[in-house]
Design a protein around this ligand. Structure first.
Ligand code: SF4
Length: 357
């Protein structure tokens, strides 16, 4: 049991003072875990603070209109997470009278909650002896036990779930699970593990064999396709055109400046990007602006591709008429009105490029 004892002692002294660790309120733990599904702790912290200020209770979230929920999530990406929180808050009010369920199966049945998140909520909020395995846990366990099975092969992960489950000391799931993950985040880092100050060094077989960087083992490297896309800010005097993506599309329900893909092979030179953007404008909007000014580029990471979004501005004469090819709702709004519309992360960054007049 020295590994567990040392780890718990270390966690007590070194745990980061994260806001949901103050009270371990189930609603806050749930929100933090959903935000952490695709986002690093440092990135999500300001969003978490903003969220609990806007929706301090599960009931306040359940009562809120979806537009407000999405606006509050703006910038975090993967907006289905916000929709699932909203949907489940309403479900918890309806089914459980607004009290967050403590039963693992009931937690797992909530929309957007998989095995990992259910285990995290059950153990961190309710101290239930449920294991959790994320990237940090995989790295720590594969080093401590010198596990040679590739961690990116789905069937191998079961080994780690079983080890983690057997390691949880009775009555200490809340702190133990967090301690393993915290060690992975702060000490047992992938590139520069701090083995000399590690509290479980004496139990670590990879350290003993001087083979720390050989673990974790991976079977393959993922390659992601690169793509180029353009977004155009059409200005009519002090107003700019935005449109709403329909549900069912990626980022459905969010607003954007009109954008479209240019090419799959990326790495186009600036002349080619401009040329293809003008072709896109003609075919998408039947309109060719007199001026097309490049403003900025934004990188977007998707699961299967990396996208470079080229942003242009184009003044539109007052009398100009152009038709949007699809029937997505569109509006001309002033920059001051950006606050009223939920935008995707990249388009939210674009709003910051425009100064209100
Ligand atoms: Fe990780 Fe090094 Fe600690 Fe082993 S001794 S758990 S490799 S930090």
């Amino acid at each position: 049991m020295s590994l567990q004892k040392n780890l718990l002692k270390w966690f007590q002294k070194n745990a980061r003072p994260l806001p949901w660790r103050k009270r371990y309120d189930p609603y806050e733990v749930w929100v933090s875990e959903i935000m952490l599904q695709q986002t690093q702790v440092e990135t999500m912290l300001p969003y978490f603070e903003r969220w609990v200020k806007t929706f301090p209770t599960l009931q306040s979230l359940a009562k809120s209109p979806e537009k407000k929920v999405l606006k509050c999530w703006e910038g975090l990406g993967y907006y289905s997470r916000a929709r699932n929180l909203h949907f489940s808050a309403k479900e918890i009010v309806r089914k459980y009278g607004g009290v967050f369920p403590s039963d693992y199966e009931a937690i797992r049945a909530l929309k957007g909650v998989g095995r990992y998140t259910a285990g995290a909520i059950a153990s961190i909020a309710f101290n239930r002896e449920r294991p959790i395995v994320d990237g940090n846990v995989l790295r720590v366990l594969s080093r401590v036990y010198s596990i040679g099975k590739p961690i990116d092969v789905e069937k191998n992960k079961e080994t780690f779930w079983t080890i983690e489950e057997n390691l949880i000391p009775r009555g200490q799931a809340r702190f133990f699970n967090q301690a393993v993950m915290e060690l992975g985040a702060l000490v047992c880092a992938s590139k520069n593990p701090q083995c000399l100050v590690c509290p479980i060094q004496s139990d670590c077989t990879a350290f003993r064999k001087n083979r720390v960087l050989d673990y974790p083992v991976r079977s393959r490297r993922k390659t992601r396709v690169k793509v180029d896309a353009s977004a155009v800010l059409f200005f009519k005097k002090d107003k700019v055109l935005i449109r709403k993506r329909p549900l069912g599309e990626i980022m459905g329900g969010l607003w954007e400046f009109p954008e479209w893909k240019l090419a799959k092979d990326a790495g186009l030179d600036p002349g080619e990007i401009r040329k293809r953007t003008l072709i896109g404008l003609r075919s998408e909007f039947g309109f060719e602006p007199e001026k097309l000014k490049p403003l900025a580029t934004i990188k977007r990471n998707y699961t299967h591709h990396l996208e470079t979004l080229h942003i242009f501005s184009a003044p539109v004469p007052e009398a100009a008429v152009f038709t949007l090819k699809n029937d997505w709702p569109s509006r001309w709004i002033t920059p001051r009105e950006f606050l009223l519309y939920p935008f995707s992360s990249a388009h939210s960054k674009i709003t910051k490029l425009i100064k209100p007049t």
